[in-house]
Design a protein around this ligand. Structure first.
Ligand code: AMP
Length: 281
């Protein structure tokens, strides 16, 4: 695996790869890599000829400095995992390399309301930072395919808007959420949970599964949500949202629809860690 720190060097190397007609697949990450990320690398290797992974803890998408400061950084272990999973290129830019002209966002994307709901309502400026960094990364890599995790469901929708408006040649491939044996969605932030907190954190995936079952068995959306919200009445747990939305565009659901193509999404704090999860209904 080759490692690049500079956009210029990465670009000139990838130019040679592209000249041999190889399809480039790209997996952007913030590092502290786990099997969720590796599933993306594996799918990327299956569906493209050449895999590029980036590790960049993007300061502009953190709305809390403490979260940015405490974000796990494990570059050595990450590099090993990527080599084991046959990643071809790792791109690890510095903040100065990504933002030579400062961190103020210059790109404007019409997010069609995605910037007002769910994650956006609780993390002001978060998606603005995501759009800003993914745009710069796509300009650096110019991939054919972009691999994203369904774990960050709203993020996939936001990046779809960016790609439609600024990078229409890129195909987005959304990959299923990888979980622990007990159902906890894998996340870099899980490394900061104690053993007890990991057990407690199962309330997210269990509640989402409970909603799915309740809807299938004939509960209305409100009934299903109300029951599941009660699960979060636990010490050291704070529910931020638990909602059902249309899977297509995260619009409010219409109960009359015969085809319940919905997604249940939640965010909750377990101790000092904010976790998110979602399940398709
Ligand atoms: P992150 O490093 O958290 O920014 O994530 C990088 C990419 O990995 C994003 O597209 C995430 O959605 C994806 N990802 C994170 N966790 C998982 C998971 N448990 N299963 C599948 N994809 C994931």
């Amino acid at each position: 695996m080759l490692i690049f720190k500079r956009i210029k060097d990465l670009k000139s190397f990838l130019k040679k790869v592209k000249s041999t007609n190889k399809q480039i697949g790209f997996v952007p990450t913030m590092g502290a890599l786990h099997q969720g990320h590796m599933s993306l690398i594996q799918t990327c290797n299956e569906k493209s000829d050449f895999s590029v992974c980036s590790i960049f803890v993007n300061p502009t998408q953190f709305n809390q400095t403490a979260d940015l400061d405490k974000y796990p950084r494990t570059l050595e272990a990450d590099t090993k995992l990527l080599i084991e999973n046959k990643c071809d290129v790792l791109f690890v830019p510095s903040v100065e390399e990504m933002y030579p002209e400062g961190q103020k966002s210059r790109i404007k994307v019409d997010l069609a309301g995605l910037d007002k709901i769910l994650e956006a309502a609780h993390r002001p400026g978060h998606f603005e930072g995501v759009v800003q960094v993914v745009d710069l990364l796509l300009k650096a890599v110019e991939p054919d395919k972009l691999f994203l995790g369904q774990k960050d469901f709203q993020q996939v929708k936001v990046i779809q808007k960016l790609v439609e408006q600024y990078h229409p040649q890129v195909e987005i491939i959304s990959c299923p959420t990888q979980r622990s044996e007990k159902g906890l969605a894998l996340s870099s932030r899980n490394a900061r949970l104690s053993t007890d907190e990991k057990e407690t954190a199962l309330v997210l995936s269990k509640s989402l599964q409970q909603i799915k079952k309740a809807i299938k068995e004939g509960d209305t959306a409100e009934q299903a949500l109300e029951k599941a919200r009660k699960n979060f009445d636990l010490p050291h747990v704070k529910l931020e949202y638990l909602e059902l939305r249309a899977a297509h565009d995260l619009a409010p659901i219409n109960e009359e629809e015969a085809n319940k193509n919905w997604v249940a999404l939640c965010a909750a704090w377990v101790g000092e860690i904010r976790l998110i999860d979602n399940v398709l209904i």
